[in-house]
Design a protein around this ligand. Structure first.
Ligand SMILES: [Mg+2]
Length: 281
């Protein structure tokens, strides 16, 4: 059994800033601050943490429990119209190739698809609704489950185990996101991690977080299937466009250092040749 968990914003869809607009509007209503989201880093954060930060940016203090539930209620009722506005203005779109990827994974055996998102459950459904992708996901972990992404991912996996009525080992879980926070949370939980570069993440931070696979989007599915272990790469490790270490040692080394062992070996070989040539002179 393999479990693949997808982040939503920047990984499945781009909702054209609907979430930030809804949050800005609500914080404006509650604190008077016109654009609280501008001073917060929302990408890769969970909704609840983002709500707290945006409120604090507006009010100069943390929200009370009552204010948080009020903010949440208003956000969820505001979000659908903002998502509709994004769709209408052509700013809502699916990440390239994701529809085909999900359809092929859904058609295959032994793969369970779930959501692993910082969005509140209701927010996740609202954001995904226009995409028609919701049908692929039987379960998920959401921002309402935990402030911390890695806990949210673990909860998603527990739900997957319940759905499948099977035990799921950490090595069978594959997390796909678009920011370094997705990668770090996956690693913290002991899961595999991959990142799309065409989302909201910072490419350098993603690279530094060391995902096992990086790809622009899902337009070329081959590396994704190889990473998931659903397809073999006849050429072994192909580097440059994606990293798919072929042994546990390489895997662990890359995870820790971000360096491909073969690059180091090549470097040492070249160095030795050069030394030999120079010594011969
Ligand atoms: Mg994201």
């Amino acid at each position: 059994m393999k479990v693949v968990l997808f982040d939503i914003d920047g990984t499945l869809v781009n909702a054209g800033g609907a979430g930030a607009r809804a949050l800005n509007q609500v914080v404006r209503e509650m604190t008077g601050h016109p654009e609280a989201c501008k001073s917060c880093q929302l990408q890769g954060g969970t909704d609840k943490a983002n709500f707290e930060n945006a409120f604090a940016a507006g009010a100069g203090r943390k929200p009370t429990k009552k204010e948080m539930s009020e903010l949440t209620r208003r956000y969820v009722s505001r979000l659908p119209s903002e998502v509709r506005a994004s769709v209408k203005s052509g700013k809502y779109f699916k990440v390239k190739g994701v529809e085909n990827f999900l359809a092929r994974l859904s058609a295959g055996k032994g793969v369970l698809l779930g959501l692993g998102t910082g969005n509140l459950k209701e927010g996740a459904f609202i954001k995904l609704e226009p995409s028609g992708l919701m049908k692929h996901f039987a379960f998920g972990g959401y921002g309402c489950d935990s402030h911390r992404r890695c806990v949210m991912l673990r909860i998603a996996v527990a739900r997957a185990a319940k759905t499948a009525k099977a035990e799921i080992k950490p090595g069978e879980v594959f997390v796909i996101g678009d920011t370094h926070r997705d990668v770090e949370a996956a690693k913290e939980a002991g899961y595999h991690s991959a990142a799309v570069l065409d989302g909201f993440g910072d490419e350098r931070l993603i690279l530094r977080s060391g995902p096992e696979l990086m790809a622009k989007d899902f337009s070329d599915l081959k590396p994704w299937f190889i990473w998931l272990g659903l397809k073999k790469d006849p050429r072994g490790v192909q580097r440059g466009t994606y990293i798919c270490p072929d042994s546990p040692i390489e895997h662990a080394h890359y995870g820790r250092t971000g360096l491909d062992l073969r690059d180091i070996e090549d470097g040492i070989r070249r160095f030795r040749e050069l030394k030999k040539r120079t010594a011969g002179r």
